[in-house]
Design a protein around this ligand. Structure first.
Ligand SMILES: [Zn+2]
Length: 364
């Protein structure tokens, strides 16, 4: 495994500007003056250092096997006796700041794709066990997708760095990766929402700027690479199903596509003892906002009733039918690019990898 290096961005403290404005009245400082004053080092991922977060293909299976052993040890801490990774064919292309591979598995070769994620908030323990279990279940039950033109991609633990702690964290150690997506409202609203809706608590920190975390980019990459038709992410403990996507927050005059997309959440609810569906507004920088609201991928956020690790067997019985429905509910999103639509986000990173390859620094 390659050693991890952080690169740093130099951030001028905004307070400094305010003070200078008051002191000099014009608000401008010479570069040299700024350099003498205050900076903070902020670790972040960028096209310049993404190679440090890449798992070499030649190493990936050994890295994944080692990781699975570690996850298995954590499972035992919570009284979960199952072998989390099982016989699933896992892949990993990216790793976290502490070198944990960001694993995922793809089942079936159809075009209609569902992306299923757990462990975005790794202190919410029960979803992590369920997501690993669902991946094993899919691996053992190919009838669910094989002949039906379906594909399912499962990323069971999106933010592992917060999981491998004595007391697991909501963040990846620094940032809430479900507030770090570069949504259109991020610069306008993310910090305001953090201060006012979550009282500026560190566990909800959206980052100094968006897309700084490899765990955020991992999810963006999954959306880019697999172009899912729908998306399902498991959280806890708020006890509801929330839908973001076509037709959301629109009570009437829905188009056929909007109706069909919105029906997704009710079909899942039906299969889970009519689990409560709420219309919860989304946050700046959240997955529901990024994928559901902006990219029109029907997105369900399932909030289990509790994070308590002892509840998992009960939850498995209750939610498995809903998980299965999330996969086989028929919905194909319009994949035609909209006029003027931006290129795929990861194209810029792909270019970096190509350049490095040309320079003989082959990554895999
Ligand atoms: Zn959560």
């Amino acid at each position: 495994m390659s050693r991890m290096y952080f690169s740093y961005v130099w951030l001028v403290l905004p307070a400094l500007f305010c003070w200078e404005r008051a002191a000099y009245g014009h608000g401008l400082l010479l570069d040299a003056q700024i350099l003498e004053r205050g900076y903070a080092k902020i670790p972040h991922v960028s096209p310049y250092n993404i190679a440090d977060y890449h798992v070499r293909e030649a190493d990936s299976q050994a890295v994944i096997a080692d990781y699975c052993r570690k996850v298995s040890q954590e499972f035992k801490r919570y009284g979960w006796e199952d072998n989390p990774c099982g016989e699933v064919q896992w892949s990993a292309d990216l790793q976290t700041a502490s070198g944990m591979p960001l694993i995922y598995a793809s089942f079936g070769s159809g075009r209609e794709t569902t992306l299923f994620m757990g462990g975005v908030h790794p202190d919410e323990l029960s979803p992590i066990q369920l997501a690993f279990r669902f991946a094993r279940y899919l691996s053992n039950n190919p009838d669910l997708y094989q002949k039906q033109g379906l594909r399912v991609v499962v990323a069971p633990l999106v933010a592992p760095d917060g999981f491998f702690r004595d007391r697991p964290l909501r963040t990846n150690g620094r940032i809430d990766v479900n507030r770090n997506f570069f949504t259109m409202d991020w610069y306008d609203k993310a910090h305001h929402a953090w201060q006012h809706r979550t009282a500026g608590a560190g566990r909800y920190f959206p980052g100094y700027f968006p897309n700084t975390e490899v765990e955020t980019l991992f999810q963006v990459w999954l959306v880019d690479a697999y172009t899912p038709d729908k998306l399902f992410s498991v959280h806890a403990p708020l006890g509801f199903l929330d839908y973001d996507g076509p037709g959301d927050q629109k009570p009437s005059h829905l188009s056929r596509t909007e109706k069909k997309a919105k029906q997704y959440v009710y079909e899942v609810s039906k299969q889970t003892e009519n689990y409560r569906v709420v219309d919860y507004s989304f946050y700046p920088g959240s997955l529901g906002n990024f994928a559901g609201n902006e990219r029109k991928v029907p997105t369900i956020t399932l909030e289990l009733e509790a994070t308590n690790p002892r509840g998992v067997h009960k939850y498995w019985e209750k939610f498995l039918p809903g998980f299965v429905r999330s996969v086989n509910y028929p919905f194909r999103r319009d994949h035609r690019p909209e006029p003027g639509n931006a290129s795929r986000f990861f194209a810029v990173y792909d270019e970096v990898f190509l350049k490095l390859q040309r320079m003989g620094l082959s990554l895999n």
